[in-house]
Structure formats: structure tokens, C-alpha cells
Write a protein of this length. Structure first.
Ligand code: SF4
Length: 375
């Protein structure tokens, strides 16, 4: 039955033999799965740390970007204990470039929490994993199923699309009302004997076969279970995603110089963007008033600064138009602008100290113009 409205969602049900679907999916996965470093590590060492780390890195990030960072991270912090003993700045430096840095602060906090209990007791079920900082339902199900055989089914964007096609649901996959029925379906479908392979198999099917456009139905292992394939409605199931509206943000970034040193400030936990990261003084505005955390960037202060460039940058659903300003240290001390933790960094080490792409873009503007700037 084709589902075209929210009202019909309570009629969604599996119309094929569950055992056939599981068998075909698992067989396909076993013969076609990609060789990925965390999969290889798991096979060799059976260490849940590897699975957990990879799942955190893969949030909102493509596999290609994650692989080199995953290797770099484990070379420096090969065990959970090493991660717990590291300082937060070191952790952030290791994941430079991946974005969404809060997830790694949570990972770090959770590692500390886990290693406080001796001997180490890993959470075993998705429910237990969700009690750790920064672990949501998806990550909990993925780690618990792969590392501990917990039959917890994952529901990510790929799985949502596959299910919409199997059941011929013509609704946007990110429709909030769709989450629960799809979770119930995949909970029912999961192979309880091989939950980790089932979860990885259905996600990989969505990534490589049942792709958003032009799904490869002729080579799909579960085409005989697929209602959209039978009805030739793959293009309608699911419907295009509901787009989240982008929010325009105007931002000033202030680079504070002290001869051949630069002052970096740690953004407070209450900062709107890039909480707790080290960077430049940041003030945002959707009106004419630019305010940061605990200060207001006044016209009088900006009149002492020199505008050295501008750039565009996106953070989640925010479209940021940033202006970069250069200011001598004496002005910032005079105005008591800096309520944040600050550190003075020699210019040649600034690039290495910056983790967020937003700050790095601002620093590149400064570096390109440094030869002509008087401060
Ligand atoms: S048959 Fe086609 S549409 Fe159906 S699950 Fe397979 S790839 Fe997706």
C-alpha cells in the first residue's frame, strides 16, 4: 500500500517476509562491505573504543574526511585511558577540520567518566550508552549493536530512505511524524542474532545502492521486498526533504595583536557558536548592535580597529557574513573588552592553535595582509 499522507502512517506495516529480507541484506553486506579502518580494527582487537570513536567522528561527516583523522587520533591516543588523560585542547587539535567540535568535548568527558570506575566497565546496551554525555539514540544503537550485539536498530538518513522505498512512503523522510513509525519498523526488522551487521548493512545499502537519486534497483539484494520497485515509484518515495530555513548572521571577528604575538580567547560555554573553542573575539548581530559574551562591540572600539577583510561561512543552519578587524592590544585592555580566558600566542603558532575553520579563515586574511599592516 502506498502511503501519501500523515493520516495513513498508522497503516504502515511490513508486507514481506522478514527472514528473507534479513538473509538477503546480511548476505549482500558480508560479500560487499567496504573495508574501513574501524571495521578492520574491530576485527583485530575487539575494542569498543574504536567503534565509538568512529561513530562520533562520522556524525555529520563523510567517511573520506574521517579516515585520516581517525588514524591521526589513534596514533596519539590509542586507548580510552589515553583519551581520558589528554587535555581538551589536544583532543580538539587532533580532530581539526571535522567541525562540530562539541561532540569531541563530550567524547572526552565521557572517556573521563568511564575510566573513573575501576575496573573499566563498558556500557553494554544502547540504553546504557545513552547515559554518556553526547551519545544520542543513533550513536548508542550503532555502538551497542556492533560492539555488544545489542539488538538496537539504527535510524539515520540512509535507513529512512531505504524504509520509505521498501514501504512506498511518499512523504519527506525528515517529517517529524515519520520518525516513530520508521523506528518501529526497523526495530521489528532487525536481525537479533546479527544486529551489528544488520545495522551496518542497511546503512551501507542506503549509501551505495538505494541512493537518493537513481537507486541501483537492478543490483539491489532486497528488490523483491521493495514496494517502490514493484510500483516503479522510487522517484516519489520518499518525497524531497523539508528544508530548514537558513538564518543570516552578521559577525565581527576581532584579531587582537601585540607586536609579533596574537591574543586568543576561549569562548565561554554560553557562546552562540563554537563553545569553549580558542579563537578571536567574536560578536554577532542581526541588528546594528554587535554583542558577544559579556561585552558589546561598540562603534567607538571599532573606530580604533582596522577592517582587513570579510568572508562567508556556514555553521549548521546559520549563514554567517563575517568581517575581520585588527586591533592593537592596548585598545582592548583600555575598553575591558575581554572577559574571556585569554592567551598570548607567537604568530607562527597561531595557525596550529586554531581549530575552528571560522577562526582559520580570519587568520588567513590576516596572514595574506600582514606585510602591509602596521600593528
Ligand atoms: S529496489 Fe531500488 S528502491 Fe527498492 S530498496 Fe532496492 S535500491 Fe532501493
Amino acid at each position: 500500500m502506498t502511503i501519501r499522507s500523515i493520516e495513513k502512517l498508522d497503516q504502515v506495516k511490513i508486507h514481506f517476509k522478514k527472514a528473507v529480507f534479513q538473509h538477503r541484506l546480511l548476505h549482500w553486506y558480508q560479500s560487499n562491505k567496504r573495508s574501513l579502518p574501524w571495521r578492520e580494527d574491530w576485527l583485530k582487537q575487539k575494542n569498543p573504543y574504536h567503534i565509538w570513536l568512529s561513530e562520533i567522528m562520522l556524525q555529520q561527516t563523510v567517511i573520506k574526511a574521517v579516515i585520516p583523522v581517525y588514524h591521526r587520533f589513534l596514533e596519539t591516543l590509542p586507548s580510552l585511558k589515553d583519551l581520558a588523560d589528554a587535555n581538551e585542547q589536544q583532543v580538539r587539535e587532533l580532530v581539526r577540520g571535522l567541525g562540530y567540535y562539541r561532540r569531541f568535548s563530550f567524547l572526552h568527558k565521557a572517556a573521563k567518566q568511564l575510566t573513573e570506575v575501576k575496573p573499566l566497565e563498558w556500557p553494554k546496551t544502547a540504553k546504557e550508552w545513552q547515559k554518556l554525555p553526547g551519545v544520542g539514540p543513533y550513536t548508542a544503537a550503532a555502538v551497542a549493536s556492533i560492539a555488544f550485539n545489542d539488538p538496537a536498530a539504527v535510524l539515520d538518513g540512509n535507513v529512512e530512505r531505504v524504509l520509505c522505498r521498501l514501504l512506498d512512503i511518499h512523504l519527506p523522510p525528515n517529517l517529524p511524524q515519520l520518525k516513530k513509525p520508521l523506528q518501529l519498523i526497523v526495530d521489528e526488522l532487525i536481525d537479533e542474532r546479527h544486529p551489528g551487521d544488520f545495522n551496518q548493512g542497511i546503512m551501507e545499502l542506503g549509501q551505495r545502492v538505494c541512493t537518493p537519486t537513481q537507486p541501483q534497483c537492478s543490483s539491489c539484494p532486497v528488490s523483491n521486498c521493495c514496494a517502490a520497485f514493484a510500483n516503479n515509484t522510487q522517484a516519489n518515495a520518499p518525497q524531497p526533504k523539508i528544508k530548514t530555513k537558513k538564518i543570516d548572521v552578521t559577525m565581527n571577528l576581532l584579531i587582537v595583536k601585540d607586536s609579533d604575538h596574537t591574543l586568543l580567547f576561549q569562548r565561554p560555554i554560553s557562546a552562540k557558536f563554537l563553545k569553549e573553542s580558542w579563537g578571536f573575539v567574536t560578536a554577532t548581530s542581526n541588528t546594528q548592535q554587535f554583542s558577544g559574551d559579556g561585552f558589546t562591540l561598540t562603534d567607538s572600539l571599532l573606530s580604533k580597529a582596522e577592517k582587513i577583510g570579510a568572508f562567508k561561512h556556514n555553521i549548521t543552519n546559520h549563514k554567517i557574513s563575517a568581517s575581520v578587524w585588527l586591533l592593537g592590544r592596548k585598545h582592548i585592555m583600555e575598553s575591558k573588552l575581554a572577559p574571556h580566558k585569554a592567551k598570548k600566542v607567537r604568530d607562527q603558532y597561531v595557525e596550529k592553535s586554531l581549530i575552528a575553520n571560522l577562526d582559520r579563515k580570519a587568520w588567513h586574511i590576516y596572514s595574506r595582509n600582514a606585510h602591509r599592516l602596521g600593528i
